[in-house]
Design a protein around this ligand. Structure first.
Ligand code: IPD
Ligand code: CA
Ligand code: CA
Length: 263
């Protein structure tokens, strides 16, 4: 792996984070779909990130939430010789950001040769930078991080994400109720990327999502596995970052119990 990839990705995440801070309190908001918000800051942060990544690596692919998310095909993903693909959420936690709730992040992942290779989640407010490189462990700023040892659902603090506009009869609410019965407690914090990093850092024991997109969770998924955690599709199959319906947990026994509880 080219060391420069990680360095440039960290620079791009930092540039995106600066844009988000600079727009606080002075952005316009619109709805992409009912209750699905986007601000000027989302778009400006993505532009800053994309410029840094693609000016350094002009032949790489780019999948960003705000533009270009349809630029990846099944053929590209199946081709082991395809150049790396960057998967970017310039602002994960837009609803929090709009309401001045200080819990949101930039998320950048790199996918190559059928695997996630790099993940970076940069929280501009706390200045926490969670990052991982395949096979090299997971870190919070300069310190290695590890998932908790929790292996019992009834002792686990979980989080989950719902999509914008989840209705009362959605299957998600059934899963939420089952998890409330089975776990110690359940949170819904508003940033899928940060939830996964909190599992990696031992602040949460598990997290599941069935309605998120690749850019929400690609970076965090690698960070969890590099921190010793388990991530599996809801079906029990291997986690697929391009079709993210999954449970991520600190330990394997906890993953089994969570999947049995919600799947
Ligand atoms: C959202 C957040 C949220 C999750 C939503 C995502 P956005 O991303 O990750 O936690 O519940 O499904 O869309 O829109 O803030 O980038
Ligand atoms: Ca997101
Ligand atoms: Ca976003």
């Amino acid at each position: 792996m080219n060391d420069n990839y990680l360095k440039v990705a960290r620079l791009a995440a930092a540039a995106g984070a600066e844009v988000l801070l600079s727009y606080q309190g002075r952005f316009s908001v619109r709805e992409k779909a009912p209750r699905d918000l986007v601000t000027e800051a989302d778009v400006a942060a993505q532009q800053a990130i994309q410029k840094i990544l693609l000016s350094n690596f002009p032949d790489h692919g780019f999948v960003g939430e705000e533009e270009g998310h349809d630029q990846v095909s099944a053929e590209m993903l199946a081709d082991p010789k395809h150049p790396p693909i960057w998967i970017v959420d310039p602002l994960d936690g837009t609803v929090n950001y709009v309401h001045q709730l200080q819990s949101f992040a930039v998320s950048i992942a790199m996918y190559h040769a059928g695997e996630l290779q790099i993940g970076i989640v940069h929280d501009p407010v706390t200045r926490e930078i969670f990052w991982a490189q395949r096979g090299a462990g997971a870190f919070l700023n300069d310190c290695p991080i590890q998932c908790s040892q929790t292996d019992r659902l009834d002792q686990a603090l979980l989080a989950c994400s719902f999509s914008a506009g989840t209705q009362h009869d959605s299957a998600e609410l059934g899963r939420f109720a089952a998890a409330l019965d089975g776990a110690q407690s359940v949170r819904r914090l508003g940033s899928a990327a940060l939830n996964l990093c909190y599992v990696a850092a031992g602040r949460l024991d598990g997290y599941w999502a069935t309605c998120v997109k690749p850019w929400d969770v690609a970076a965090g998924a690698l960070i969890v596995t590099e921190a010793g955690g388990q991530i599996r599709a809801l079906s029990g199959d291997r986690f697929d970052p391009w079709n993210p319906r999954f449970a991520a947990t600190a330990t394997e026994p906890l993953n089994d119990q969570l999947l049995r509880c919600i799947a």
